[in-house]
Design a protein around this ligand. Sequence first.
Ligand SMILES: [Zn+2]
Length: 251
Amino acid sequence: MNVMKKTLFGLGVAVLAGQSLADNHGSAWTYSGESGPEHWGSLAAGFELCRSGLTQSPIELDQANATGDLKVSVDWAAGPLTVSNRGMTVQADFAEGSFMTSGGKVFELIQVHFHTPSEHTHRGRTYPLVAHFVHATDEGTLGVLGVLFEQGEANPELAKILDAVPSEASEPATISGVTLNPNGMLPDEIEVWRYMGSLTTPPCSERVHWHVVEDTVTASRSQISAMEGLMGHNARPVQPLNNRLLVAPES
Ligand SMILES: [Zn+2]
């Protein structure tokens, strides 16, 4: 991980995962009420894109204006489990050495965090849980791979995260003797919706390369409930597509 990515990673606490610890002062944002998503853009000067941005995320996926089997390849490695309760999300951080290649760009996996319910919708439907795998190129361009969970069999990798995460907000802690294999939260086939979007939390920064995987994985009812208990409802409502290319997988 080079210097730029380390810097980005350092920012990750606030930028990529949602501010949640006690020191977020006047720019505190939430998922409801006066500091909820419709007000994010006026909570702080740096949050303006949340209101004025034209390429925001999440979006409804059933409005694609192109189809294509875009080549996205994932080459992730198992590694130590480093987990934190960010208050508004649960996050696991990755050691260097895991990659996603998309559109000729190589992105390195930084962290995965979760939302209940899913943020992207399909035909108006949300899924009970989504994992956002956040990657960055050496230049700091972000690429996210979203994996949707349906209720079903328990997911063993999610179980490791849930067993380790504190019930109160916490800093990242590496759990000795536990290996997280992110591939265990991926479906066998990776066909994606692909578009250019944004962070789904303030400051809603744009130029994020978004990928949402068509096939789903499963989590048990108790795993989904446990995630909801830790994070609450942490899904930003869908944003207008505007004049963007949204490529759907060929069916
Ligand atoms: Zn997210």
